[in-house]
Design a protein around this ligand. Structure first.
Ligand SMILES: O=C(O)CCC(=O)C(=O)O
Ligand SMILES: [Fe+2]
Length: 385
């Protein structure tokens, strides 16, 4: 949303009435702008093409509501993603952001960050929005960030979410294995989540959710997916030339080449406060570079696995995680800051970022070297999550 602009009304209040005559179903894939005759915002894609981005609910597909579970699952299986409107209560979205402003924004404590996996202090863009997104909200230190962590996890593990993630994964129950918090536009590179983490029981069994905590402006580096890429595109393996330790930049380029090669569509649904977009770990996605200033995209993302599955990291190793229960959902932790040992590591990493990053790089190289020497841990790809 734009800075200083206030959000009014509930998601229900703002739903368009009859903007699209037919209910948006899995078979209706004609471009929405053609049917509505509206002018969308033009945004540049990472392959330097222009794409139309809807900038209001009325301009977008209707997608689904929390009562449309069966239809939503069918849409997800076919398209590799689905949007559920109003899954998070707007008051909870506001409470998460209020707790962020009260506890996280003023803090000087180093926090693990999504873009570089380093412990860093907050950094803000020129409009004052956090531009180093938080990695694994569930690991934050309760003493300092308890309200923010509690509110965020209440949303990410709420009953409706548990029901959707289980149905989308085609299992009885899921667990949360990773989460992130974003505020400023960051322009995340195109990728399949599987490259970073997936299920050891089969690639594609991981389901992720993007939770809009505000109405997201089209200029604020909107989250996009490439529909059906989970079926069309082979899994780009985290190995050899493209491995994370030595070939991450090559991987990023390879994804863009793949998008061009298969002529994939970019689709960036309008995300109103409380809307959730779920996608598969095989679906190509990312977020656009910001195309305007003064705009934010406050959001959470979370990744879920079938509760019984183990996490496969970098297509290379099984990463065991300890779990806690939130609302009955297991939530896995990797760097729990409530443990002294992890806080000491954090302080070391924050005070000597160079040596810490070098040590981490070496460890990664060792991991992939060891992977080459032992029989492959790579799970088979399951195209129907
Ligand atoms: O919102 C973004 O920029 C990227 C989020 C993402 O790729 C993820 O959570 O897997
Ligand atoms: Fe991702």
């Amino acid at each position: 949303m734009k800075r200083l602009q206030s959000c009014s009304g509930s998601v229900q209040d703002r739903l368009p009435s009859g903007a699209i005559a037919t209910r948006e179903g899995e078979d209706d894939d004609s471009p929405v702008d053609k049917r509505l005759g509206r002018a969308f915002m033009k945004v540049m894609t990472p392959i330097d093409t222009e794409v139309d981005v809807p900038n209001s609910l009325a301009e977008d597909r209707h997608y689904f509501r929390s009562t449309d579970l069966g239809e939503a699952v069918r849409y997800y299986r076919r398209n590799g993603y689905v949007v559920i409107r109003g899954l998070l209560p707007p008051e909870l979205c506001d409470a998460i952001r209020a707790a962020y402003r009260a506890e996280v924004q003023p803090s000087q404590t180093p926090i693990l960050r999504q873009k570089n996996m380093r412990y860093e202090r907050n950094s803000f863009d020129k409009d004052g929005f956090l531009d180093n997104p938080i990695f694994n909200v569930q690991d934050l230190e309760t003493r300092r960030f308890g309200q923010f962590k509690r509110n965020a996890l209440l949303g990410l593990a709420q009953k409706d979410v548990a029901q959707f993630t289980a149905a989308l994964a085609g299992v009885g129950a899921t667990k949360l294995i990773q989460s992130m918090f974003f505020e400023a536009p960051v322009g995340t590179w195109a990728h399949q989540d599987s490259y970073y983490q997936d299920s050891a029981a089969g690639l594609g069994r991981c389901v992720a959710g993007w939770y809009a905590l505000e109405d997201v402006d089209a200029n604020a580096g909107r989250f996009y997916v490439c529909p059906r890429s989970h079926h069309i595109v082979p899994v780009l393996r985290n190995a050899g030339e493209l491995d994370f330790a030595t070939g991450h930049n090559r991987y990023r380029k390879a994804v863009l080449e793949t998008i061009r090669h298969f002529n994939l569509e970019f689709r960036a649904p309008y995300m109103a406060k409380g809307d959730v977009l779920f996608w598969s770990s095989l679906t190509v996605h990312g977020s656009f570079a910001p195309s305007g200033s003064g705009v934010s995209r406050a959001s959470l993302t979370a990744h879920y696995l079938p509760a019984e599955d183990e996490m496969l990291q970098f297509h290379t190793r099984i990463r065991r995680q300890k779990t806690t229960l939130v609302n009955g959902m297991p939530v896995a932790q990797l760097h729990d800051q409530d443990r002294l040992r992890n806080r000491l590591l954090r302080d070391l990493a924050a005070h000597a970022p160079g040596p810490y990053a070098a040590a981490r790089k070496l460890a990664m190289q060792g991991l992939f070297l060891a992977g080459k020497l032992r029989p492959s841990r790579q799970a088979a790809s399951t195209l129907s999550p």
